[in-house]
Design a protein around this ligand. Structure first.
Ligand code: SF4
Ligand code: SF4
Length: 180
């Protein structure tokens, strides 16, 4: 089974974020270790209500989040490009698949195709995606906080608190409820 996810680069573009989002990410960085410990516990414990808690927090957070004023995922991480993603995107860009791979992609340590550089070559100045309708599955599913069996991706979710202000806020909210 292919797990769609995004791969982290160290190329953070904090300046482009709002002050509020920067503060949320800074806070997530400070709390990273303790958050990771709790998320790893949930990975082992598989709490029955974990999906419901994440999904409710996800709905609330993305109801108010404007991704076009952020785009930090597209600026700092790479999705995994599966073969169908490459085929669809090459067609949208009117390129040969081999050209797209040679110009923009590389194979990483897990044998997945990922971006050679960040930000993504499809990201436009207004933070929209040039191939939005044909973007990779991993982009469609990011940041994965509304999927089933959340316990399976607790490490990925911890990493995503450093990239996505919405994930940082979601995890924060769930942990506050747990600790109150
Ligand atoms: S998914 Fe997260 S990182 Fe990506 S644009 Fe939306 S809030 Fe920002
Ligand atoms: S393909 Fe589009 S949505 Fe995916 S990382 Fe690139 S700009 Fe972002």
């Amino acid at each position: 089974m292919i797990v769609s996810s995004c791969k982290v680069s160290t190329n953070l573009h904090m300046a482009a974020l709002s002050k509020e989002d920067q503060a949320i990410l800074e806070n997530a960085k400070t709390n990273f270790k303790s958050n990771q410990v709790q998320l790893r516990k949930w990975n082992k414990q598989k709490p029955k209500d974990l999906d419901a808690r994440f999904h409710e927090a996800h709905q609330k957070e993305f109801a108010k989040k404007d991704c076009l004023s952020c785009a930090n995922c597209c600026k700092t991480t790479s999705p995994i490009f599966r073969q169908p993603d490459i085929r669809r995107m090459a067609k949208a860009l009117k390129m040969k698949e081999s050209q797209l791979i040679a110009r923009y992609l590389k194979v990483d340590e897990d044998d997945d195709y990922v971006l050679q550089t960040s930000p993504c070559f499809n990201l436009l100045d207004d933070n929209t995606c040039a191939v939005y309708d044909d973007r990779p599955l991993a982009c469609r599913e990011y940041p994965h906080t509304d999927r089933k069996n959340m316990y399976q991706i607790m490490d990925l979710t911890a990493q995503n608190t450093l990239i996505c202000p919405a994930v940082a806020a979601i995890v924060d909210k769930i942990l506050v409820v747990k600790n109150s």
